[in-house]
Unconditional design. Sequence first.
Length: 153
Amino acid sequence: MLIISATLGGYKASLRQQIGRLDAQLDASEQQRDKAHEQELIAASKQSRIMRQLLAGKWYWSQALERMEQMTQASVTLTQLGASATKGTITFRATADGYAAVARQLAAFVAATGVKDVSLRTVKTNPQGVVEFDGELSIDARALIGKQPTPTP
């Protein structure tokens, strides 16, 4: 029993020395840490995560303008555009060479992907015989100006 007690006592002392050495190593590591740099890295990581989230929901107004150009009939000239992603609208003012061109333009808007509704506010002929009209498109912002997946070859 005495031998076992002495062996366990020696083992216990050895473990305490190991614990003491490990504690000293931990203290040395703690002293060597650059806490300010660690905080900067943590902040950068958070900013990166936020930027990824923002970019995932980014609106591509250039895409909307391209689609508006594709929808616009040859005899129609858009003279003014306004947009609001929060309201989900695009307002427009345009000119056309006749009422038939206005009707074709409205039909093109209605048929377009991402356009939910078209409201025509005014239509009038100016003294030069050009038809001026304006209105508002209610849009599905995700379909019209949201980020589209890039096709894979």
